[in-house]
Design a protein around this ligand. Structure first.
Ligand code: TYM
Length: 315
């Protein structure tokens, strides 16, 4: 293993990734893959909390691996794997379950939101932050690139590391969330946070037609000089200097500005769609290799954990 710091993160295969996922987190996976020892997974165990259809889950999970290759993650630099191929994380999550109290988990935003909406909450949703802590801590990760909505989960992982260390002796490193302020919460086509559940997304691997439909559907307020919802998305792919001039020159011309955004988005997305198509054939062997490598890597950590908590370890 190299002496680089360790970076860990994942994406849940519960729908096509959107440009909020990309700018908030996935782009950082690519930008940082040379400077860190990177381990990026598909959070398919987490997806089980909402997808209870085997073929759908398999297809979505394979899709996220292809997405990773499409955005430019290079398997010779970044280990790509399925969360379920490293079953140690589920074992570690159980160990953490026995340390963490119910009130701690009841503080989680995701749980509180689901409760406020009177959703039926399965134990997996309640326990979600614990599994996430296991994903991260099993690697002794230094940094975890994520969007703002995951900040609390990383804070919980740090708390869990401290609690374990306090109970059983120094074992886990406290990871740091890596959140970039300007893209911490990427807005969707309606100005709210872009989210798979709000129907306001621009898919990362969108077709030209999907891009046109999403952008033309942006609601603009005719009282504004600058169509804010259009500008905020445009800002992701063009410099602000450039945009301020453009939006001043085309003041009030919403349709034209949308047209320019559509062209810019197409130019930005098309090369990734192309690379995804070219690389998709490699996805299967990449995850087989990645899973094998990660099982070997976390084996010693889990041996140490079992020893510390008193589970007798047999090779
Ligand atoms: P997921 O799949 O919902 O989202 C993947 C990443 O995208 C970020 N994100 C955003 N960033 C900025 N603006 C937005 N509108 C936006 N929407 C989503 C998320 O913050 C995330 O970084 N629980 C995680 C998956 C996970 C994980 C982990 C991540 C499981 N275990 C361990 C890191 C480490 C999730 O559901 O992400």
């Amino acid at each position: 293993m190299s002496d680089k710091k360790i970076l860990v993160s994942g994406v849940k295969p519960t729908g096509r990734p959107h440009i909020g996922n990309y700018f908030g987190a996935m782009k950082q996976f690519v930008d940082l893959q040379d400077s860190y020892e990177s381990r990026i997974f598909v959070a398919n165990l987490h997806a089980l909390t909402s997808i209870q259809n085997a073929s759908e889950l398999k297809e979505m999970s394979q899709g996220v691996v292809e997405d990773y290759l499409g955005i430019g993650l290079d398997p010779s630099k970044t280990t790509l794997y399925l969360q379920s191929d490293v079953p140690h994380v589920a074992e570690l999550a159980w160990i953490f379950n026995c340390l963490v109290t119910m009130p701690t988990l009841m503080r989680a935003h995701a749980f509180k939101d689901a409760e406020a909406k009177n959703k039926e909450i399965n134990v997996g949703i309640f326990d979600y932050p614990i599994l996430m802590a296991a994903d991260i801590l099993v690697h002794d990760a230094d940094v975890v690139p994520v969007g703002k909505d995951q900040e609390q989960h990383i804070e919980m992982a740090r708390e869990i590391a401290r609690k374990f260390n306090g109970t059983y002796g120094e074992t886990f490193k406290e990871p740091k969330a890596l959140i970039i302020d300007s893209v911490a919460t990427v807005p969707g086509t309606d100005g709210q946070k872009m989210s798979k559940s709000y129907n306001n997304t621009i898919p990362l691997f969108a077709s030209d037609e999907e891009i046109e439909k999403a952008i033309m559907g942006i609601v603009t307020d005719s009282g504004q000089d600058i169509p804010k919802n259009v500008y905020e998305i445009h800002k992701l792919i063009r410099s602000e200097d450039d945009l301020q001039k453009l939006y001043r020159d085309k003041k009030g011309q919403y349709k034209e500005l949308k047209g320019i955004l559509i062209e810019d988005l197409k130019n930005f997305i098309q090369p990734m769609v192309k690379r995804r198509e070219e690389k998709s054939g490699e996805a299967q062997s990449v995850i087989t290799e990645g899973g094998k490598k990660m099982r070997e890597v976390v084996h010693n950590k889990m041996k140490e954990v079992r020893e510390k908590v008193g589970l007798i370890h047999h090779e």
